[in-house]
Design a protein around this ligand. Structure first.
Ligand SMILES: Nc1ncnc2c1ncn2[C@@H]1O[C@H](COP(=O)(O)OP(=O)(O)OP(=O)(O)O)[C@@H](O)[C@H]1O
Ligand SMILES: [Mg+2]
Length: 237
């Protein structure tokens, strides 16, 4: 599955890394552990900025319930990984892509040219499901629509929208507005949003993933959102 949105800062990397963590926990083999086998869940970054790499670098490897790989500049590696029978789930983080060709005809691929565009195409070719984070902020809506209408739909890639960065303190109206916008367009959507919690932003800095959060208070609520998203995604697959 790929986490994608043309808009930057909507939470693609946060979602990719934490989704991989929750799935890594779910797919942990129960038998004797073979240290040489690939982990059943692999997180990949094609992002030239490498935000996922930064994150993975800060987490002690034995604490990460998934493997991490950078597929940046390695065409075909995702397809190879997908063919590996010991790998059950692959989560790919992708960069925002504002440098699309603005004059591209509606029927043509708007991703443009260059290494980043090639990496996106390589990723989309093997994608079984796209996760599209959309925030309550109006500015993220049009790029989200573009991502779905121009990039995902023409390729026939199934997708699921998820509201991210909803701050419950801003009230239910904010949540209802973005959900109504998604629903009006008939986009499949995870029922529950990922709420905005400071702990997520701090976790990135401290190299933590949700499966390491405390199981009480705010940390529990924050991690719960990702468990719910993982379930919604399993249903969509
Ligand atoms: N649910 C959340 N609660 C709190 N902070 C969040 C949440 N989701 C994302 N953030 C924060 O918002 C910022 C942007 O998130 P992130 O880097 O995951 O977005 P992105 O879509 O990957 O951005 P880019 O397009 O630049 O790669 C980060 O500082 C991150 O910690
Ligand atoms: Mg990112």
């Amino acid at each position: 599955m790929v986490v994608i949105n043309r808009k930057g800062g909507v939470g693609k990397s946060t979602i990719a890394v934490n989704l991989a963590a929750v799935q890594g926990q779910n797919f942990t083999p129960t038998g004797p552990i073979d240290p040489d086998a690939d982990a059943p869940v692999v997180a990949c970054g094609i992002d030239p900025q490498g935000s996922m790499e930064d994150w993975a670098d800060r987490v002690p490897e034995e604490l990460l319930p998934f493997d991490y790989m950078s597929t940046k500049g390695k065409p075909g590696m995702l397809a190879e990984l997908k063919a590996d029978p010991s790998v059950a789930r692959i989560v790919v983080d992708s960069p925002g892509f504002m440098d699309t060709d603005p004059d591209a005809e509606l029927a043509t691929d708007p991703l443009g040219h260059g290494a980043a565009a090639d990496a996106l195409r390589d990723m989309l070719e093997v994608a079984d499901l796209a996760v599209v984070p959309i925030t309550p902020e109006f500015m993220s809506w049009s790029p989200s629509e573009y991502t779905i209408e121009r990039v995902l739909k023409p390729r026939g890639i199934p997708y699921i929208a998820v509201v991210n960065l909803w701050d419950p303190r801003d009230g239910e109206t904010d949540r209802a507005r973005v959900e109504a916008w998604i629903d009006e367009r008939g986009y499949p959507r995870a029922r529950e949003p990922i709420r905005k919690y400071k702990i997520h932003a701090h976790a990135a800095e401290g190299g933590l993933v949700v499966t390491q959060y405390k199981e009480s208070g705010t940390a529990l609520r924050a991690r719960e959102d990702f468990y719910k998203l993982a379930l919604a995604i399993e249903q969509a697959l």
